[in-house]
Design a protein around this ligand. Structure first.
Ligand code: FES
Length: 127
């Protein structure tokens, strides 16, 4: 049985553009876009807003994690474009026992903007 994955979305990311007073931050808009699309995610992915994943210069940022699986930090997410990509990747991560979706099946933006991956705790060998 695979463990469900959690998609953490940074709501404080400022993205690349200027922010007008009173406008929601790009990170908050990314979370809203993901939550809007999460009805299509189905089982296996929880979405949680967090503050700062320490990837501010390459924002917007999100992370995908689950107990016993690899953790990924993804950057350069555009709230207008990339919610479906990060949702698809979280779904793939949830479906794989170790959180290692097949590289070529990952959305292109995810392949090109994976900032870091971190092994599961107690991993003995690198797959
Ligand atoms: S504010 Fe989003 S990664 Fe720092």
């Amino acid at each position: 049985m695979t463990m469900s994955s959690t998609l953490y979305v940074c709501v404080t990311c400022r993205g690349n553009g200027d922010i007008s007073a009173g406008e929601p931050r790009p990170g908050a808009r990314l979370l809203a876009a993901i939550e809007h699309g999460s009805a299509e995610v189905g089982e296996g992915v929880a979405v949680i807003g967090v503050e700062c994943l320490s990837n501010c210069s390459r924002s917007c940022s999100a992370a995908v994690a689950a107990p016993g699986k690899w953790t990924y930090v993804i950057g350069n997410l555009d709230p207008e474009q990339h919610a479906p990509d990060i949702l698809a990747f979280a779904r793939q991560h949830s479906a794989h026992e170790l959180g290692l979706p097949v590289w070529r099946e990952r959305p292109e933006h995810i392949r090109k903007n994976t900032i870091a991956r971190v092994p599961p705790i107690a991993l003995k060998e690198s797959p």
